[in-house]
Design a protein around this ligand. Structure first.
Ligand SMILES: Cc1cc2nc3c(=O)[nH]c(=O)nc-3n(C[C@H](O)[C@H](O)[C@H](O)COP(=O)(O)O)c2cc1C
Length: 167
């Protein structure tokens, strides 16, 4: 079980329906997730969910995009072979011509390697709180930790990607 590191210039994309079923993914998605296209199309996106990822991060993600607000986050993903890879991801909503949300889109790039230490410590801490006190409490603590540093969630994630640390 080893870590796959994204190339500097690679963009991993996927498109989902309203429930998070994969409708489209690019070649880089398949390459890093170590899947064939027919194994992922129309499957729920949690097919690549890694157990180290806190549920509260995904809850926060859905809370944003379901209201048409983009969100940025570091995500650790699981590959078909049991390997893993970190990404820095942007999630957005797709609209029809009447402004109804009809699906979602994600673009992922190589995360700042310096950020991984901090984010995995943070996620581990949040995961522990989830196991002991539940997802709602963990999400509250996550947002409080970000706010204590003077940031909103997206600002925090963007700063971590840019600088590798948040003082
Ligand atoms: C556009 C889009 C992209 C997503 N990308 C990922 C991803 O790369 N990895 C992941 O674990 N979950 C991703 N998710 C979230 C999953 O849909 C799901 O909420 C998450 O894996 C948690 O699984 P669970 O809801 O079964 O707990 C994505 C969701 C959307 C809408």
């Amino acid at each position: 079980m080893h870590e796959l590191i994204l190339s500097n210039d690679i963009l991993i994309t996927s498109k989902t329906d309203l429930k998070g079923n994969i409708l489209y993914c690019n070649q880089a998605f398949l390459q890093y997730a170590e899947y064939d296209e027919n194994h992922v199309l129309f499957k729920p996106h949690n097919i690549i969910r890694h157990k180290d990822m806190p549920r509260s991060v995904f809850k926060l993600l859905w809370g944003h995009i379901a209201h048409g607000k983009e969100v940025f986050a570091f995500v650790k993903n699981l590959t078909k072979k049991g390997n893993f890879y970190w990404v820095f991801a942007n999630f957005t909503s797709n609209y029809d011509r009447n402004n109804n949300i009809i699906g979602y889109y994600s673009v992922r790039r190589k995360p700042n390697p310096k950020a991984i230490h901090m984010i995995s410590n943070l996620y581990n801490e949040i995961l522990m709180i989830e196991q002991q006190q539940g997802v709602a409490k963990a999400k509250e603590v996550l947002l409080a930790k970000v706010a204590d540093r003077g940031f909103e969630f997206n600002e925090f994630m963007l700063k971590l990607q840019k600088d590798g640390d948040v003082k």
